[in-house]
Design a protein around this ligand. Structure first.
Ligand SMILES: [Zn+2]
Length: 292
């Protein structure tokens, strides 16, 4: 089973996770920039984080045979903090960089006026840079938040096929299907979606424009949920081809629209070998200074 996890926060995970993901079939990921759990207090904190996503994290993933890409944006939660607003000014610099495959995560957290402004400004950036937009739906008041999200996307004049609306469930999937946007589902151990509910949604709505992700981060989450969903699909009678469409072909088709996907096997991993010795990024290896 080959897997592309289109939404996973690897900088919050360990190298054990990378190794387990590789063994499970994960060969490519997209890491959306997001909230760290602890509020940032200035634009420099974002700049270092963005640099880490396109530099160190891409290097670290490659040590385990996985191609790493990211999305760059001001997340909905911190859109409310005036100290973070300057981030909008540095985004253009990052949106032209290799490996940046979308603007995101965007959207609503508490649906404030500040969130509106920042969401609209970043959809305009996605349009200007001809990049996809990765839009998250709020955890609270999800149904109303999703409808409002779709209105804003329509008014922004961005093509619906350039947008994925993520963290969907049974109550929000139909409206997003009708909008022409791509549909993202985060499979969590205890909240949002699980594998069985995901299989039921795929039965009802088909596999077209469907993306499944683990959204694994620093909270209770599981980076192997993509693989487990693929297995649940097979157990429920879906074909291997249908699993490949959902777990590989769809995310590739969506993020290919950036023109910046790298999907060739990492050298040394074409045969499944895992060798992390020796390689360095700006003089640092994943061995933390120990000699290879
Ligand atoms: Zn996320």
């Amino acid at each position: 089973m080959r897997i592309f996890d289109p939404h996973i926060h690897m900088s919050a995970r360990t190298t054990n996770d990378y190794a387990a993901m590789y063994l499970a079939g994960v060969r490519a990921v997209v890491e959306p920039s997001f909230w760290l759990g602890q509020p940032r207090t200035n634009v420099g904190s974002f700049v270092d984080y963005f640099d880490g996503l396109i530099g160190w994290e891409r290097f670290r993933a490659a040590q385990y045979g996985i191609r790493h890409h990211c999305t760059i944006g001001l997340n909905p939660k911190e859109a409310n903090d005036p100290r973070c607003r300057e981030v909008l000014d540095v985004l253009p610099r990052y949106l032209s960089k290799d490996g940046v495959v979308a603007v995101g995560e965007l959207g609503y957290d508490s649906m404030t006026a500040a969130e509106d402004e920042v969401f609209i400004a970043q959809l305009a950036l996605a349009r200007d840079f001809e990049l996809p937009a990765m839009v998250h739906t709020p955890h609270r008041d999800k149904a109303a938040g999703t409808l409002r999200t779709l209105d804003v996307i329509r008014d922004a004049g961005i093509a619906p096929e350039m947008v994925v609306v993520d963290h969907l469930n049974e109550t929000t999937v139909a409206a997003v299907a009708d909008s022409g946007c791509w549909m993202g589902f985060s499979i969590y151990p205890d909240t949002k979606m699980d594998e069985a509910r995901m299989v039921a949604i795929l039965r009802e709505h088909g596999t077209e424009r469907m993306l499944v992700n683990s959204a694994a981060d620093w909270g209770n989450s599981d980076p192997l949920k993509t693989r487990k969903t693929g297995q649940a699909m097979l157990d429920a009678g879906f074909t291997e081809h249908e699993v490949d469409v959902v777990l590989w072909q769809n995310p590739v088709a969506f993020y290919c629209q950036s023109g910046r996907l790298h999907l060739d096997p990492v050298p040394g991993f074409d045969d499944g070998a895992t060798d992390v010795s020796g390689a360095t990024f700006e003089g640092n290896s994943v061995l933390r200074g120990a000699r290879a």
